[in-house]
Ligand binder design. Structure first.
Ligand code: EPU
Length: 443
């Protein structure tokens, strides 16, 4: 077996050779109803931010419920370059040591590998008063500007320049400010929050994003000694503390609602029954309502969520919105479910207009989908047919795996490194509940 990225004996560059290359493939055959239990791992879009937050205080930080994903390794490389070391004392745990010997520079080679590298901006500027960060590029699904991050920091007293592709930000000490976002950006909320914890005075963030992963970050910051009101709401009030007063902490990562939704979708298209241990139904409220409209029976339990799928799903119309709306990251899964549902569904993307690239791949599997701007019209088919397809990004890759479960014959998914970025053993977890699926190493 290849070593796990979180195997304690492989604390640095922990990816197995298979995962480091892009040419492993996932082979899926049409599968019967999935049955059994899946443990839902910690959230990628939380843990990467929690890791960046360790820049805020010297000492030994302990993170638990850490997913075994490539992005955690990439983030640990970035933080190592800045001065925080990461080891894994036990499966699912990270020990992060900040000695205070910090170089506030995030170089291009590391920033370009992971979007969440932008999350070092707030902690470094707020605590050390200077940071040089290579400007992150776009994504496979379109341009991803950071203007709201920068204007929020400027409102707090930062001077920001662009220098040879780097953002250079400086401030003697940031001061509190009223920051109102025109759109509740996840990343901008996180950066203003982590900058504000050390600012002089009070920062009010209005129209803040309120994803469960942001509340998770707030809780970690509070356990480090930060003073934050309004956690979970769209108005966050941060009373800055003196630099040097925050302390290292221990924190358990919130379960991943997107990975949970992936297993819901897999149960849904195969007519299966699963118990998702650790899934937080309260973090997926709107999605679960719409899945109920599609015919799924969903029963929240104290320690997870049970799903019972009908013989055939019903089509619905869906629009993506910031939390608590339907997340854009769920959309490829929803489109896949609609591709085999009874009826016609219209899906509207309101966050990333370009995020329909995987539709061509689903059509290769026989799906009937037309896109027009930020809308997709999906006409359900009784079944799909297997073919070679390529994952264009993390979520679309997982959706293609789900589609393979209802495709006659064999579906071979390449571009698996995208899936590895955000999924903790998707193949093993699906195989354990009856999916006919395997990962083949590069030839
Ligand atoms: N935006 C701006 N200016 C900004 C910031 C954002 O115009 O300064 C726009 C973006 O271009 C986009 C929208 O606002 O159209 C939403 O962006 P947001 O800042 O909320 O997203 P993000 O922080 O860059 C996170 C997740 C994404 C997820 C989005 C939306 C991480 C590392 N990434 O990105 O997750 O799709 O929120 O929920 O947390 C993924 O996990 O595969 C993924 C892409």
């Amino acid at each position: 077996m290849s070593p796990s990225p979180l195997d304690p004996s492989h604390p640095r560059d922990p990816l197995s050779p298979d995962r480091r290359t892009s040419d492993a493939v996932v082979v899926v055959h049409r599968s019967g109803p999935l049955q059994g239990e899946v443990v839902v791992p910690g959230a990628k879009n939380s843990v990467l931010k929690l890791m960046a937050a360790t820049l805020l205080a010297d000492g030994e930080h302990h993170l638990t419920n850490v997913p075994d994903i490539a992005d955690v390794s990439i983030m640990s490389d970035l933080l190592a370059a800045i001065g925080v070391t990461t080891t894994s004392p036990a499966p699912g745990e990270l020990l992060m040591v900040n000695t205070g010997d910090i170089t506030p520079v995030a170089p291009y080679e590391l920033v370009e590998r992971i979007r969440a590298s932008i999350n070092v901006l707030g902690p470094l500027l707020g605590r050390f008063g200077r940071v040089r960060l290579s400007l992150p590029g776009g994504d496979d699904f379109g341009s991803r500007p950071i203007d709201m991050h920068l204007s929020g920091l400027e409102a707090m007293g930062a001077t920001i320049t662009l220098d040879h592709g780097d953002v250079v930000a400086t401030a003697d000490r940031l001061h509190g400010a009223d920051v109102t976002f025109e759109f509740p950006s996840v990343g901008a909320t996180e950066n203003i929050l982590t900058a504000a914890v050390h600012a002089k005075g009070t920062t009010v963030i209005d129209n803040a994003a309120r994803e469960p992963e942001i509340s998770d970050l707030c809780r970690m910051l509070v356990s480090m000694g930060a003073d934050i009101e309004g956690i979970g709401t769209s108005r966050l009030v941060v009373h800055g503390v003196e630099p040097g007063t925050l302390r290292a902490t221990r924190h358990d990562t919130v379960p991943d609602r997107i990975q949970a939704a992936t297993y819901l979708a897999a149960a849904a298209v195969t007519g299966g029954e699963l118990f998702l241990r650790g899934a937080r139904a309260d973090h997926m409220d709107m999605l679960l309502r719409r899945f109920t409209d599609m015919g799924l029976e969903l029963v929240p339990q104290h320690d997870g969520l049970s799903v019972y799928a009908p013989e055939r799903l019903r089509a619905i119309d869906v629009a993506t919105l910031p939390y608590p709306g339907i997340a854009t990251d769920y959309k490829p899964l929803i489109v896949t479910m609609l591709a085999v549902a009874d009826g016609v569904g219209i899906v509207t993307e309101n966050l990333y207009p370009g995020r329909f690239r995987y539709v061509e791949e689903l059509c290769r599997l026989g799906a009937d989908i037309r896109t027009d701007g930020h809308h997709a019209v999906v006409r359900g088919r009784a079944a799909l047919s297997g073919a070679p397809v390529r994952a264009p990004d993390i979520r679309a890759g997982a959706a293609l795996v789900v589609a393979g479960l209802v495709a006659e014959g064999t579906t071979t998914i390449s571009g698996v490194h995208h899936i590895d970025r955000g999924y903790d053993d998707l193949v093993g977890r699906l195989a354990a509940v009856g999916a006919s699926i395997e990962r083949r190493p590069p030839r």
